[in-house]
Design a protein around this ligand. Structure first.
Ligand code: UDP
Ligand code: MG
Length: 336
């Protein structure tokens, strides 16, 4: 038998979770009929939701023993959710997907067909359109991929998603990357392995809202650049070098002019002020880049956990059993 773990990070997904569960089980039931060697587990991760997500997990765990879950002590972000899921998945294959049905479960059979023979280690989807997304957002997204692929050795495919069907070998490779600042799109690509891209049209959420604001995405893209490229550091050094060279030439010119008394007396406050502003700006900018990398290093050296679990399905089931047992024994005592 081959176990497939379906990992689903969830943050405030009470509205779509029942729909998601229905859809995914429909697909996985069909898959177990078509491929009798397959069995499934569903590993939901509650990333500190403020709604009834955890309650829904509990009720799913009550009615379906294949359901497992991990509930965080607070919101740690989707990256941490995915890491926790991969770390706790027991499967020979692991699927990572969003709860909001933007990663349609109907692709699972096709994805499995690519990885089952070992030809590919990973099957994933790639959005070919950004339908339903604002023009500004799409433009910035494209710009991000362009910059990222220019300055980083790790290729990040435009439109590639966190919807993945992976082999145990690839999952273990990803888990070996224990960095604190996680940028999964980069990590998936960095570990290598053969990846099959299945192209599809973007689908919109049937319910709930996306938890990504424009600024959230902007910060996330900067994280990505810093996690997978040190080009900004090189850029800062080059910038420094060029401005020093210009300053050096200007100094020589000024000295020569002074010695040979060429030109009129300097009257150029505006020029001086502009230059001071320009160069102090450039300096601060470069120091800022350094600071960003330093802060990332600082956080990495602290070796903080990537997530903290507060409750798991195993804990919940044990507690339930304990309660049932104690209820049974007390009713026996009453009878006696
Ligand atoms: N998510 C999460 N933690 C967060 C934000 C999002 O686990 O802090 C989950 C969310 O529940 C969903 C997936 O990550 O399953 C993708 O989130 P969303 O749909 O908001 O992002 P988008 O599809 O707009 O990129
Ligand atoms: Mg979504």
């Amino acid at each position: 038998m081959k176990l497939v773990s379906v990992v689903v990070p969830c943050y405030n997904e009470e509205e779509v979770l029942p729909m998601f569960y229905e859809e995914i089980t429909k697909v996985t039931d069909q898959m177990t009929r078509d491929h009798p060697e397959l069995c499934f587990e569903f590993l939901f991760v509650n990333d500190g939701s403020k709604d009834k997500t955890l309650e829904i997990f509990r009720s799913l765990a009550d009615k379906d023993e294949r359901v497992r879950y991990i509930s965080f002590s607070r919101n740690f972000g989707k990256e941490s959710g995915m890491y926790a899921g991969l770390k706790n998945a027991k499967g020979d294959y692991v699927v990572v997907m969003d709860a909001d049905l933007q990663h349609p479960p109907k692709f699972l059979p096709e994805m499995y067909s690519y990885v089952k023979d070992g030809e590919y280690d990973c099957a994933t989807t790639r959005r070919v359109s950004r339908k339903g997304e604002s023009k500004v957002r799409s433009w910035f997204a494209r710009l991000f991929y362009k910059i990222m692929n220019k300055i980083s050795q790790t290729e990040i495919v435009d439109g590639a998603q966190d919807f993945r069907f992976m082999t145990r070998q690839m999952v273990d490779a990803i888990l070996d990357m224990t960095e604190y600042n996680r940028f999964s799109k980069g990590i998936f690509s960095w570990v290598g392995f053969n990846t099959k891209y299945i192209e599809y049209e973007n689908v919109e959420r049937p319910a709930g809202t996306s938890s990504w604001s424009f600024w959230g995405l902007f910060r996330y893209s900067l994280e990505g650049i810093m996690a997978f490229s040190t080009a900004p550091l090189v850029m800062a050094s080059i910038l420094g070098f060029i401005t020093c060279a210009i300053a050096f030439i200007l100094i020589i010119v000024a000295v020569i002019k002074a010695i040979f008394d060429i030109g009129e007396a300097p009257d150029g406050y505006p020029t001086i002020i502009c230059l001071i502003f320009l160069f102090s700006g450039l300096q601060l900018f470069s120091v800022g880049i350094l600071g960003q990398y330093l802060s990332k290093t600082y956080l990495e050296t602290k070796k903080r956990p990537i997530y903290i679990a507060k409750e798991t399905a195993e804990m919940y089931r044990a507690r339930k059993k304990e309660k049932a047992d104690s209820a049974k024994s007390s009713s026996k005592e009453k009878k006696a």
